[in-house]
Design a protein around this ligand. Sequence first.
Ligand code: PLP
Length: 282
Amino acid sequence: MEKMKDLAYYNGTVTRIADMMIPAGDRGFYFGDGIYEVAMVFHRKIFALEEHLDRMERSAAMVRIELPMVRREIGDLLQELADRVESDCQFLYWQITRGTAPRNHLFPAGTASNLYVYSKPWPGVEMSDDYRLVSVTDTRFLNCNIKTLNLLLNVLAAQTAKENGCQEAVFVRDGIVTEGSHSNVSMIKDGVFITHPADNLILPGVERRHMIAYCGELGIPVEERPFTLEELKGADEIIMSSTSHPSMRVREIDGVAVGMKDAATVEKLRKMYLYEVEKRGQ
Ligand code: PLP
């Protein structure tokens, strides 16, 4: 089969991303009534697929959306679709919405969930030593552990970051730093890795979890506990993590120089990640 530069899939139909048509009755369109996942494809294999499928199942269960097929079939389908894209390295997105029906808040009866997938080429592992953050008040709802399509306040925060010459926003709720608009925030202080607990106030990031595991292997103590913006500003290192941007090192928050004092530990964590990418690709 001829490979495609990029690919979109919607309930069995495959096209290029720009050509995909979604019915306006898809509840993702008017209610954001759905959940999603993002995973990287490295060396043609979906990185950390099982962890993403775990979170997909958890998110779907929390909002009472039925998966359109069983977990294993979704995993296999995602890999099949990734196999049809030319590039060895891809950004793979999928979302599941609560079916297609005339607009009505109530769950529609007798309609199957919709599965939309796209995959596009990705340049490779992106890491930066030049991240600047702006702090914003976290006024999001109290279910930030669900990877829902409802990202309005994350979108606004990301735009605020850009308008302030920053790469990411960091949410602060009641004095406590929660996470970024599309990433988790962690810090290193006196050799200890500190990150917000995986409760309802943050998305339990796959890369956050990986970093905790790498710390375990490297003998770096980990504390999953709340911390303030002041504490964050006094950290030796601040790392923003996400699937597509696994280790972004922060040098400035709200215009003030921060972090950048424990390059050796950041380097060790990055090496572990790169090792995993290579190992799983074999
Ligand atoms: N927090 C938010 C709000 C996100 O949108 C993301 C990723 O998109 C993350 C954290 C990081 O999650 P992961 O490491 O699973 O990509």
